[in-house]
Design a protein around this ligand. Structure first.
Ligand code: GLN
Length: 494
């Protein structure tokens, strides 16, 4: 048993910690050993802080030993977690997968991370990401590419690919990522784990390095739906430091997992089953929807007529916001400063030229162009208008249904290098996920099968704004009826 502690889910480990059967130090050591054993191949972590993690674990054990009423203990006490390297964690560098922030030590900590600490979590380190979270494969990381634990020659998805791969290969019990257009759900799908994008405003973005501020949300990656609910419980809620976080009460998401979906109305949008998607994905998702129907849900065909516009709208709005957000990397205030620059302008251009990778430069140029005088009305303004139509599509649909079910990604994990030189085909990886960010509602991906090559397939369940409980309940009911979430990749066989 002792050697297998890294394979536990959060809720299993929490029970064992409370009963005194295991200690957090033993659990954290098992996870750290697992990282030593497999991360040379998977490459999920950009930075690890084992001493700090073991010290946090020892503190958690002391709290456990000193508390008689175990029910009052914080939910994540002693649980080792990993954090995507776009969230600021005290005592750890924040690079955003970029050379421009190499060696940058954050002066403060993200609210979400502070809440995890308050809930007792042990923070292991920072996981790999596409540079500034721009990408769908982690190949845009300036440091290295993360490998998919199910097939090391394939991508884990992105941009939270390091977090998804770490969860899938038991190198943490759970992790956090960020989702601007799919970056939690798509890697969750490709790595066979659960990943949730909460409603915009559900989780504070304070201390998250901004990519596209009207789209970014922090979300959990987990081994099962119960763990995702526990992780969301810990970070959700209003934060006066993020004016876009909403002052809406936080339910107990775990309590929402009743296992009962009788009468739940599930919408299946016809626009989400498209030509060119992998047939095995369509088949697995349709079978999963049938399984939900067998559990008592009512399945209804629906239409989200503006879906085809989501991708072009996203690739105007996200780069426009990115171009504004990334203006701060000027070589003056923090991060890289080019040593050879003599004038102020050289300082800007040489620092940014050397510090940003090609995808980030592409986005900055696209965004700056879309916002420039004379083009603003034609591009950015128009995109925002169509964004409203996308939001209305969902609002209309949610008058008729409680949850929408569709694929998370049109394909399973692709090969490393396969799309790296073709930005447009990379952008298509998020064709089913981006509209939620534009509309601001919530969604989750969970495992629903494997393709013929043994690669995981994800089912996406979408809810209205602040509909997380319903989404989690439907996901949990499906999960209970299947055992996809119990399958783990065999890294020794590769
Ligand atoms: N792949 C999308 C992009 O490159 C989404 C990224 C994200 O959600 N952070 O923008």
């Amino acid at each position: 048993m002792a050697n297998d502690l890294h394979t536990l889910t959060i809720h299993e480990a929490a029970d064992l910690l409370r009963s005194g059967a295991i200690s957090s130090v033993a659990l954290t050591e098992a996870v750290l050993e697992r990282i030593v054993a497999v991360d040379n191949d998977v490459k999920a972590y950009l930075a690890l802080t084992p001493e700090a993690a073991l010290a946090d674990a020892a503190a958690a054990d002391a709290t456990l030993a000193a508390t008689d009423d175990r029910a009052t203990l914080p939910a994540l006490l002693g649980i080792p977690l990993a954090i995507k390297d776009v969230l600021m964690v005290e005592g750890m560098p924040t690079t955003c997968g970029s050379r421009i922030l190499e060696n940058f030590m954050p002066p403060y900590e993200a609210t979400a991370v502070g809440k995890l600490r308050a809930a007792g979590a042990v923070i292991l380190g920072k996981t790999n990401t596409d540079e500034f979270a721009m990408g769908s494969s982690t190949e845009n990381s300036a440091y290295f590419t993360t490998h998919n634990p199910w097939d090391l020659t394939r991508v884990p998805g992105g941009s939270s690919g390091g977090s998804a791969a770490a969860v899938a290969s038991d190198q943490c019990l759970g992790a956090f990522g960020t989702d601007t257009g799919g970056s939690v759900r798509q890697p969750a799908s490709l790595c066979g784990v659960v990943g949730m994008k909460p409603t915009y405003g559900r989780v504070s973005r304070y201390g998250l390095v901004a990519f596209a501020s009207s789209l970014d949300q922090i979300g959990p990656l987990a081994k099962d739906v119960t763990d995702a609910a526990l992780l969301l419980n810990a970070v959700a809620g209003y934060d006066p430091r993020d004016s876009t976080s909403m002052n809406v009460s936080v339910p107990d998401y775990r309590a929402a997992l009743t296992g009962d979906v009788r009468g739940l109305r599930i919408g299946v949008p016809r626009e989400y089953f498209i030509d060119g998607m992998q047939p095995e994905v369509e088949q697995a998702v349709r079978t999963a929807i049938d399984a939900l129907a067998a559990l008592g849900a009512e399945v209804v065909e629906i239409s989200l007529p503006n879906t085809e516009h989501a991708l072009p709208v996203y690739y105007l709005v996200a780069p426009a916001e990115a171009s504004a957000n990334l203006a701060r990397y000027d070589g003056v205030r923090y991060g890289l400063r080019h040593p050879d620059a003599e004038t102020m302008w050289q300082g800007y251009t040489m620092t940014r030229g050397a510090g940003f990778g090609p995808e980030v430069k592409r986005r900055i140029m696209l965004g700056t162009y879309a916002l420039s005088a004379g083009y603003y009305d034609a591009y950015y303004l128009k995109a925002q208008q169509v964004r409203t139509l996308l939001k209305q599509d969902f609002e209309r649909a949610f008058e008729r249904v409680d949850v929408i079910a569709c694929p998370t990604s049109p394909t399973t994990a692709f090969r490393i290098g396969e799309k790296a030189d073709d930005p447009l085909s990379m952008y298509l990886a998020d064709v089913f996920t981006l509209s939620l960010n534009l509309a601001g509602n919530c969604g989750l991906s969970l495992p629903c099968g494997f393709d013929e090559a043994g690669l995981p397939i994800g089912l996406q369940l979408i809810g209205p704004a602040f509909g997380e409980e319903t989404v989690l309940r439907a996901a949990h009911a499906y999960e209970q009826a299947t055992d996809w979430h119990r399958q783990r990749p065999d890294l020794r066989a590769q």
